[in-house]
Structures are given as structure tokens and as C-alpha cells.
Write a protein that binds this ligand. Structure first.
Ligand code: ZN
Length: 157
């Protein structure tokens, strides 16, 4: 148990300090913004879908706590190259996992390293920090980029 906790803490620390895919994709096809008022975490998710409906590229920008940033970093690394269907499956598995609705054994095969976020169940107040990026990705996949999307200014919509 303490090994799992150590692994969890180290991974969060590493991804928070050095987040993967932390940049803007100028020609993203799908984007969405998310906000977690409980903690103040803010995110913009950028997705570039290929003609075959797979995630050709994905990135995020934003600011917030370490759990939020690490979760977004892990998410972008994990779903890059996956089809829409696979990605939707991973999103729902991850959300069920952090809410404590799935068994560990079935998760390891499908979620791999993402299972370190199971530890978040013990901190209910932080669950929204861990899920923000995933809800925002789900939103981005549903809506195509609009012409007047906000990237550099504060969103006031
Ligand atoms: Zn947070």
C-alpha cells in the first residue's frame, strides 16, 4: 500500500513539474474549456482528429493544482493515437475508477499507469481536480472548433 502511495506521489510530482503535451495546437479541430470552481483549476483542451476519427494530436493549457495538472498530462499521453471509440471508453473507465465504481483487477489491463489515480478516492475533495481534464476532453470530442474560439484571452462566456 505504501509502495502504491509512493508511486502515486512521485508520478504526480513528476507530471506536475514537467507536464506532457502542455502547449497550444494551433490547427486543433476540437477544443473545449473547463473550470473547477472548488479548487480554481482551469484548462483548455486541444484535439486534432484525423480523417479516420483518431486522435492525431492532443494538448492542454491551463493552471491549477498538482493533481489537476498531472491528471491532464497523463490523459494526453494516454489517449494520443487512439480512436474516438477507444478514447470514450478510457474516459468512462477513468471516471468510474476515481469515483470508486470499478474493481482494480479489471482496470490494470485497460488503464495501465492511469490506475495510480485510484488513490484519489481517499480524498473526495480532490476528485474534481483529477476529473476536470477528462470531462473537458469529453466536451472537446463532442464539439467541433468554432471560428471565434478563445485562446489567449480570458473567457467571459
Ligand atoms: Zn485542483
Amino acid at each position: 500500500m505504501s509502495n502504491a502511495n509512493d508511486l502515486y506521489k512521485r508520478a504526480i510530482f513528476d507530471h506536475n513539474r514537467n507536464p506532457r503535451n502542455f502547449r497550444v495546437i494551433e490547427d486543433a479541430s476540437h477544443v473545449c474549456d473547463g473550470f473547477n470552481p472548488l479548487c480554481g483549476d482551469k484548462i483548455n483542451v486541444f484535439v486534432k482528429m484525423s480523417d479516420a476519427d483518431t486522435i492525431e494530436d492532443i494538448s492542454f493549457m491551463g493552471s491549477g493544482c498538482a493533481i489537476f495538472k498531472a491528471s491532464a498530462s497523463f490523459m494526453t499521453s494516454h489517449v494520443k493515437g487512439k480512436s474516438r471509440k477507444e478514447t470514450e471508453g478510457v474516459i468512462s473507465m477513468f471516471l468510474d475508477m476515481v469515483k470508486g465504481e470499478t474493481q482494480t483487477e479489471s482496470l490494470n489491463a485497460d488503464l495501465g499507469k492511469l490506475t495510480i489515480f485510484q488513490g484519489i478516492r481517499e480524498f473526495p475533495a480532490r476528485v474534481k481536480c483529477a476529473t476536470l481534464a477528462w470531462h473537458t476532453l469529453s466536451c472537446a470530442m463532442e464539439k467541433k472548433r468554432e471560428n471565434d474560439i478563445v485562446t489567449n484571452q480570458e473567457s467571459n462566456q
